[in-house]
Design a protein around this ligand. Sequence first.
Ligand SMILES: [Zn+2]
Length: 84
Amino acid sequence: MRAINTIRHMDELGRITIPHEVREHFGWRDGAVFQVFIGDQSVILRRHDIEPNSHCFLCGSTEKLLNLPGDERKMCFDCWDNTR
Ligand SMILES: [Zn+2]
């Protein structure tokens, strides 16, 4: 994960503006739909329409994924290790 040199304040409705450089980098336009994941000390936004079930349903990672038997969702090895 890479930090960018930007600090944003949340407004009274809980909204935070995603910095322009981030939106441009990912090609995000208004109306984009996101899935929100909660980590230990972070929140992860992932485009919801990229590809269903292409990420870990717990942390949002797209690397080292396992197919769960009898379940369409996927889990990464790191989350698998943390649940055992
Ligand atoms: Zn995971």
